[in-house]
Design a protein around this ligand. Sequence first.
Ligand code: PGA
Length: 292
Amino acid sequence: MINYTLKQLYSFEAVVRTKSFTRASKELFVTQPAVYMQIQQLTKNIGADLINTKGKTVTPTYIGKMFYQTCIDVIDTLEKSKLDIDQTLDPEAGHLQIAVATTTNSFVSHILAKFKKKYPRMSFYLDVTNRESLLKKLDNNEADLIIMGEPPTDMPLITQPFMENPLIAIAHPEHPLLKNQKNTIKNLTNETLITREQGSGTRITIERIIGMRLNSDIEINSNEAIIQAVQAGLGIGFVSKHTVKLELENNVIKQLDIDKFPITRHWYVVHHSKNKLSPIAERFKKFIVENS
Ligand code: PGA
């Protein structure tokens, strides 16, 4: 095992850089003999002379030059890691890794914009993906916080519901089923249904509620594209009501009245129970709950 100490490395680096024991000791706020002792111990630990002590100026030996580069690399790495840790622990700064369900895209950007305004020194990486992929991320512990619908109950998670997530069926304003006061699931049998991709939480929920696998000809992995497809008259789509607020207001699509719909679920902010949240992640979690 290598038994150089950090004090020895810092002393050696300072002596070589400043070419003087006196200047190094002033920089390190210790006495000159203390620096000298650190270099002696380091020399003993390495088993070779590191500094040429003959002559007026202090210069590194051949081995000393080699070791100096290692010292700089080690000190740089440690200083950088300290900076990263300090930044992460700074409650107003820090970096956030967030992974969110595709469907939450419609509101998460607004929450993040407000949060960033409040804490301008923070930075974040936002991963937008479907439920299946979120579950893998949770399993591999790849994100600080995850925003999703219905977290799994068989994983050690801390989950906090924060907003309703009503799932609705949408159709072109001239769709014949809109004439019926109330449709049943049976009415959908002969309709063209536009579904999200396999692994989507929206799709899994719809299949559970209507009691059948969606065997759709049209599968789209984006809510925005589903809304466009419905607007174009391709078929009936299923989306979270939050994603179609504007289109419903502008009457470019209509909400279809079907038995069992809207399906009311919730959005959750989730993280692994074994993970202690960083201060910025803690703040963001609180912010979501308070501002949604
Ligand atoms: P999704 O998830 O974007 O994967 O469909 C949304 C949800 O679980 O409601």
